[in-house]
Design a binder for this molecule. Sequence first.
Ligand SMILES: Cc1ncc(COP(=O)(O)O)c(C=O)c1O
Length: 439
Amino acid sequence: MTTGRTRSQELYDRALKVMPGGASRNTILRRPHPLYVERGEGSRVFDVEGVERIDFANNMASLIHGHAHPAIVSAVTEQLKRGTAFTLGTEREIQYAEHMVQRAGSFSKIRFVNSGTEAVMACLKASRAFTGRPKIAKVEGAYHGLYDFAEISQTAKPSTWGDPDRPVSVPVAYGTPQGVLDDVIVIPFNDSRVAKAILDEHAEEIACVLVDPVPHRVGLIPAEKEFLQTLRNWTSSNGSLLVFDEVITFRVTCGGVQEKHGIHPDLTAMGKMIGGGFPVGAIAGRGEVMDVMDPLADNVLFPHSGTFSANPITMTAGYTAMKLFDRQAVQRINELARRARSQILDAIRVADVTACITGAGSMFRVHFKPEPPREYRSAFVGPEETAQLRAFLDHLLDNGIIMINTGTVMLSTVMTDYEIDRLSDAMLDGFRRVRELSI
Ligand SMILES: Cc1ncc(COP(=O)(O)O)c(C=O)c1O
């Protein structure tokens, strides 16, 4: 007997009975129900209904070579047969660490963990251990994962964010202790004058300044070099550390945004693409700071471990993926993104819709705003823009294009001009639809 319901609807009904909201991660949710995957291959994803789509989300920027890349599948399959996790070391971890430390000038030592959240958390704890100071400074609206101290102000909104010269420490989760709010200093993005004035007020107490150089939730706006340089100078002169979150942005050059600008943070958190499709995080940086995790020291300042950290499956997949993501691959994918951005800007003009694009390297984000925003408050998506974005993304999904729900595209190296043309053609129709909505 046929129920007339799709397979995805049926699966979601089952999921709702056993998981809050019907999922383990909110990212997969969409109205009226999530789509469920049958398989992915290269730049394509096939859902359980048999519909094929081009995947421009790439698991939130983590699949730099798309789905089931043959070199990664083959290397991981080989390792799977030899075991997946040991209470012993593997040469692959050392080999991958050697590869990673030569990718950026600020990396003298590295440790691997299992997620970006964990990497950011370890950077903040290492900073506190190194400096003996309690406070963390971070950019308003920036997403750095789930650690209490890293997530403050991530969901700040007009009713809670306060004065622009003095952003409020807004909790994300109910029950966040007041002590955490007091120990997180929030600075505005790309505003050196205000950021410095706020930091100066807490100069003796700040362990580190945490910054993502192209923060996705802040609007995927590149940090101005002068802003990053101000933070570098301020931290160096005030006995505090500079921490870059390059969990997403490491893809912008072979050695991340830090290499592009020649600004060396003390510590860098990485994740996503460096796992080659498997869960990962990494903390890399100055030897002296990294050594707070050294268990061989007389006085271990930051004991640090994790059951699945540096497991050989992640190390094998990550090493294979990052070797493939060499200078030539970075250049090619960034060039593809430049072409996409230019075609999409043409589509915006042709459709005569109010929209603009931000981004860097192989990633970009569409905003239904007249001008590219400069920081979190001007990037904030209000109710009208939310409705426009939803209509736009629904149109794209119905036309075979998957994007991140903020209107963001993350390219993969297996894409070609063909996928870019499909994207900009579908976007042109999507922009026309949004234009009709606003008339
Ligand atoms: C910039 C940034 N930092 C940290 C994280 C957290 O990484 P994970 O989801 O692997 O914990 C994310 C995840 O989206 C991120 O975008």
